[in-house]
Ligand binder design. Structure first.
Ligand SMILES: [Zn+2]
Ligand SMILES: [Zn+2]
Ligand SMILES: [Zn+2]
Length: 104
């Protein structure tokens, strides 16, 4: 895995307000269903995950090259960089020492 600087020290306040809270913007347009939702850090676009039929979050990256997203599912606090294929954690999320210790 390549080193990714995009995800370092990200907090929830580094993300804009989701444009379509609790919905995939593109699924709303197409009338398709989503499973989980991801929010783009660059523009607040909300798209569906790779387990969803249309994978709009990944499509959004392919179209826009906006590289960083986060999960907006309740209880989730992880981030993802498409460019580097790297996963991170929002640093102001609930403390999870077992994960912090595992990261180097
Ligand atoms: Zn990155
Ligand atoms: Zn979708
Ligand atoms: Zn975007």
């Amino acid at each position: 895995m390549e080193t990714c600087k995009h995800l370092e020290n990200l907090t929830t306040s580094d993300f804009p307000k989701p444009k379509t809270p609790d919905a995939c913007e593109d699924c709303l347009v197409e009338g398709t269903r989503w499973i989980e939702l991801r929010e783009c850090q660059e523009c607040g676009h909300v798209g569906c995950c790779d387990s969803s039929p249309r994978r709009h979050a990944t499509e959004h990256f392919a179209k826009t090259q906006h590289s960083v997203m986060r999960s907006v599912m309740p209880g989730d606090a992880w981030t993802w960089c498409y460019v580097h294929g790297a996963k991170g954690e929002l640093s102001n999320a609930a403390a999870r020492p077992e994960l912090a210790a595992a990261r180097t």
